[in-house]
Design a binder for this molecule. Structure first.
Ligand code: COA
Length: 544
């Protein structure tokens, strides 16, 4: 049994000793602040579940159809967990309904972890606006890099026509990516429940297996009105692109389903017959619960950014058995590194415990190389205001040391999971595997803030630049205008660095309740082990 051997980590890895005082004023205040930060996401979650609103949902049901979420539920194994992704896509835009007009996520179908992408026909006909295109492409990217079979549940009006200028040129990548998944040996399956028109016809068109629902799926390059306009042909939906036609005449349909539930059963059957096996190693140690209460995570991030956070308190409530084999504990102490496991999968942890100096950057670069040498995934826990600035840091080589860490992160090939629990500012975001560094998954807590720098700092820098320019030209500096512009900039940066804005723009894969951190990281790690876990053997030359 896993863990019951001489190499059982429980026997030799120390347990983190928590020093949290639940009754302290700081803990209570931090906990209250976190609960308050969660509230807007509860409202967003309710808006996502509305799925376009009661009128649209009723009309859809009136046609005897299931809504997207019901289709996903029926497709998944009973009571199986579903790791929903980019749930609040579009939340930054008051004009758009949150959710990105799609449901995407990872869950087991006949025991096989699959990426599921479901159009939401009840939200603007399931047409694809820029949020939807970005969400779909992110899901395909995750499927590709983690080698997860892809199942698309199709019913969409295709490109959002009034927004075509924002989607057309890049949106075609959706069909390219399905083909590339398939060429990489990753199965692609399309279940078509309704409209799949124009470019959308290539969703089933590019898939390896297609299931079309009788008297519902309509797949054509041009619908009847376009056909009439283009070649003056009079033809009805069913005859032009119905499921029966495609299963008997064109050959686009591989399976003909009598109704939606039958299509979902066929989808499950196809996945079951794939004979798919995960290519990464299975869990290697006990997935025992942390010894501390996970609800205490609510009080583990400071509500006051001037107070530091002890990141080991977070690790103590996330890692299996709260066990942590800390590496280089006494050196570069503002970066915590070490070995642990989540859901039985080994992870190397790199966690901020303050600003990054040269020693921290060197330690990080070293540790990333070790994880790659051992083929062990990395968990980055970000709470970082950036690298140290100033003459002492510059003279000490902060750029070249930071460059080492960024080199290591850029070329590391083991899976990276990034968790943002507070600040994510400046190049610290990059060195700690921010979104631009292709982590397999990025999750954030609702309190997190992300920007090139804080609002007051950015406003102040811009003010110094304007003042110097005025001095050079001999013009008198308008202090009142300066104060106004600084306030505007601060306000703008504040809005744009909020977790809801960031997740709306899909800079991450989701905002999570801190209490669910361990479960979500466990599901994500399991998904990454669908692909082989292989460390890098080459990095760029490290600047010494
Ligand atoms: N772009 C933008 N909005 C679209 C859309 C599209 N491609 N397709 C549908 N919508 C919107 C409708 O304007 C409507 O908006 P509203 O709720 O604000 O009124 C909503 O989605 C529902 O559309 P509706 O036609 O009332 O629903 P339906 O279920 O009867 O039909 C479709 C759905 C998809 C079959 C139908 O809308 C359609 O044929 N759309 C155009 C498809 C097309 O030719 N796309 C070309 C893409 S390249």
């Amino acid at each position: 049994m896993v863990g019951d051997n001489d190499n059982d980590r429980r026997k030799y890895v120390p347990v983190i000793e928590s020093r949290i005082d639940r009754d302290s004023a700081d803990f209570q205040q931090d906990r209250d602040a976190m609960l308050a930060a969660l509230r807007p996401f509860e409202a967003l979650a309710a808006a996502v579940l509305e799925a376009g609103g009661p009128k649209s949902v009723d009309r859809h049901r009136g046609r005897g159809k299931l809504i997207a979420r019901e289709r996903v539920d029926l497709l998944l194994d009973e009571d199986a967990p579903f790791l929903e992704l980019s749930t609040y896509a579009g939340a930054h835009d008051p004009e758009s309904q949150p959710g990105g007009r799609l449901i995407t996520g990872i869950g087991p179908i006949n025991g096989v972890e699959c990426m599921i992408v479901a159009n939401q026909p009840t939200v603007k006909g399931g047409s694809l606006n820029p949020d939807a295109v970005a969400k779909q492409l992110r899901a395909f990217d995750i499927a590709h890099r983690n080698r997860l079979p892809l199942v698309t549940l199709v019913e969409s009006g295709g490109a959002d026509l009034p927004r075509q200028a924002d989607t057309f040129a890049f949106g075609g990548r959706i069909f390219r990516d399905i083909s590339r998944l398939s060429a990489a040996g990753i199965p692609t399956i399309s279940l078509v429940f309704g409209s799949s028109t124009a470019g959308g016809a290539y969703l089933p068109g590019m898939s390896e297996y297609t299931v079309l629902v009788k008297n519902a799926a309509h797949v054509y390059l041009g619908g009847p009105p376009l056909v009439k306009m283009a070649i003056n042909e009079d033809i009805e939906d069913e005859a032009l692109g119905g499921a029966e036609m495609h299963s008997r005449t064109s050959g686009l349909a591989d399976y003909l389903a009598d109704d939606e539930r039958h299509a979902i059963r066929l989808g499950r059957q196809i996945v079951g017959d794939l004979g798919w096996r995960k290519s990464g190693p299975p869990p290697s140690s006990r997935a025992d619960e942390p010894i501390y209460d996970r609800s205490e995570l609510l009080g583990c991030a400071p509500s006051d950014s001037k107070r530091s956070v002890e990141v080991r308190e977070i690790l103590a409530r996330v890692l299996d058995g709260s066990r942590f084999d800390e590496f280089k504990a006494g050196y570069g102490t503002q970066l915590v590194t070490g070995w642990g496991s989540i859901a039985g999968y080994p992870v190397g942890v790199i966690a901020n415990n303050g600003i990054l100096f040269s020693a921290e950057a060197n330690k990080g670069a070293h540790f990333i190389q070790l994880a790659n040498a051992r083929d062990i995934p990395l968990l980055f826990v970000q709470n970082i205001t950036g690298f140290m600035v100033g003459s002492a840091a510059e003279h000490g080589g902060i750029i070249k040391d930071g460059a080492k860490m960024i080199n290591a992160v850029s070329n590391s090939t083991v899976p990276h999971l990034t968790l943002m629990v507070g600040a994510s500012y400046g190049a610290g975001n990059y060195a700690m595997s921010g979104r631009a560094y292709d982590p397999r998954f990025v999750f954030t807590w609702p309190n997190h803030r992300i920007a090139v720098m804080g609002g007051p700092q950015l406003g102040g820098v811009m003010s110094i630049i304007r003042r110097a320019a005025a001095q050079r030209s001999g013009a008198e500096y308008d202090e009142a205008q300066d104060a106004r512009v600084r306030a505007e900039i601060e306000d703008m940066i504040d809005k744009q660095s909020h977790a809801a804005y960031a997740t709306g723009r899909q800079w991450d894969d989701g905002v999570i309740d801190p209490r669910n951190t361990r479960t979500i990281l466990g599901l994500a790690l399991s998904a990454t082990h669908s692909a082989p876990v292989v460390g890098a053997t080459r990095f760029a030359p490290f600047r010494m």
